[in-house]
Design a protein around this ligand. Structure first.
Ligand SMILES: [Zn+2]
Length: 83
């Protein structure tokens, strides 16, 4: 079983394709029924796409990554909506 905080914690690993089949299934199942996590997942997936494309084109701007991480911290932990 998986709850929101657990799903969000596994999100990066999921996107890296480093989870085993049952873990992936649990997350997919959770995303199917949880709009909050689905949106977070979409956002992360989209962001990865943008970053990977950007990295192929030119230098990744220094400082941007830490700004992104800052945003994630606020979004996921800021007001306690998730969890
Ligand atoms: Zn959730």
């Amino acid at each position: 079983m998986s709850d929101c905080s657990e799903t969000l914690r596994e999100l990066e690993t999921f996107l890296d394709n480093e989870l085993d089949a049952s873990q992936r299934e649990a997350i997919r199942e959770h995303l199917g029924g949880c709009m909050d996590c689905l949106q977070a997942f979409d956002f992360h997936a989209e962001l990865r796409l943008v970053i990977s494309q950007k990295c192929q084109q030119d230098e990744f701007p220094p400082g941007l990554l830490s700004k992104i991480e800052l945003c994630f911290g606020e979004d996921f932990d800021g007001d306690g909506r998730i969890g």
